[in-house]
Design a protein around this ligand. Structure first.
Ligand code: UDP
Ligand code: MG
Length: 332
């Protein structure tokens, strides 16, 4: 039974070099969620920042007991940071959001209202228009969602939905059961989205700092997503091979019959070289694709942890630790 009236709402925020965004984020959050202020469990996951992000969060923790910091040992990437956060949130539901205020906190009340109807386990934000994005970003993002949903037979991800969403505790637990190292969260969240719905919103500009995702990172991210939610590209090579063999056999028959009965001389060089190059290309593509799967299987096989934690600060602090700290600060 869901705790719809007496709930705790976790806010999970992965951060990487965001020293200038944390304070505005907290102010905007309290401004938007003042009415449920006491129900919040705010978990920042510091993804190996090398600016003063950690210190800023620690000073927030000092004056705000709702805040927890999960400090990762180094930068593991946003997907791993979200995984670490989901392992630490305590709420009956959790909102995953960016710290740069591109995910408007006001929307959380709408998410919450939908969750409280008891009909939805996942409520995700959908970007209404991407006019703030560059033309190239719009084109590639649109292309990616369409291609992913076409190629992935089992899991479909909603178009123009980012990671900004509210998920129920059942979804959190489901995600925590997924052991895979390749964490394409959009896909995993869709895979576990039992009953989901979207809310439209305009995505504003970043409040401070700059984006952490360049095109190369986004490309790798997209490729990872596609590899981890498909298997059939591994299997098509047998069919392609059969088709090419049949065609080659027919072509060979034609040449033999032509030469034996009609005395047709077959011109050699150009046709040979084009067939050889064409087949060489196909073989390399197939090897590349198989290699893509094997390298990801290798990563899974090694079973390395998805993230490493340096420490957890805030609500997880034991009473002994805080007593020790108090002693230390008295002494200094
Ligand atoms: N982020 C992270 N680890 C990374 C890169 C990004 O935790 O390696 C966080 C970042 O601090 C922000 C969120 O992920 O809170 C989204 O990043 P960003 O705003 O740069 O992405 P964009 O909105 O441009 O897609
Ligand atoms: Mg952003």
């Amino acid at each position: 039974m869901k705790n719809i009236n007496n709930y705790i709402l976790s806010i999970l925020v992965p951060v990487f070099n965001e020293e200038a965004s944390i304070v505005p984020f907290m102010a905007a959050l309290d401004n938007a969620l003042g009415s449920i202020r006491e129900r919040l469990d705010i978990v920042f996951v510091n993804d190996g920042s090398n600016d003063s992000t950690r210190q800023v969060i620690e000073s927030v923790i000092h004056s705000d007991s709702r805040v927890t910091l999960v400090n990762l040992a180094r930068n593991f990437g946003k997907e791993s940071a979200m995984t670490a956060g989901l392992d630490h949130v305590q709420g009956d539901a959790c909102v995953i959001m960016d710290v740069d205020l591109q995910d408007p906190p006001e929307l959380i009340l709408e998410f919450l209202a939908l969750w409280q109807t008891g009909e939805w386990d996942t409520v995700y934000g959908v970007r209404v228009d991407r006019s703030k994005d560059t033309f190239l970003k719009r084109l590639t993002a649109g292309g990616f969602y369409r291609f992913f949903n076409w190629i992935s037979s089992e899991t479909k991800i909603p178009e123009n939905a980012g990671d900004f969403r509210l998920i129920d505790r059942t979804v959190i637990e489901a995600i925590r059961q997924l052991p895979e190292r390749n964490r394409f969260m959009k896909g995993l969240l869709a895979w576990t989205a039992f009953r989901s719905t979207g809310v439209y919103f305009q995505r504003p500009e970043r409040v401070a700092g700059e984006t952490k995702f360049n095109y190369w990172k986004l490309w790798n991210f997209a490729v990872d997503g596609i590899f981890s939610f498909t298997a059939w590209p591994l299997r098509i090579w047998g069919f392609i091979g059969c088709a090419i063999s049949v065609l080659a056999f027919l072509f060979m028959l034609k040449i033999i019959i032509g030469a034996t009965f009609f005395g047709i001389k077959t011109p050699g060089y150009a046709s040979t070289i084009s067939v050889v190059l064409f087949l060489g290309g196909i073989q390399l593509i197939s090897l590349g694709i198989i290699g893509g799967y094997i390298s990801r299987m290798y990563r899974e096989l090694k079973q390395r942890p998805i993230y490493l934690i340096e420490g957890v600060y805030g609500r997880y602090q034991t009473s002994e630790q805080s007593a020790e700290q108090a002693q230390q600060s008295k002494a200094s």
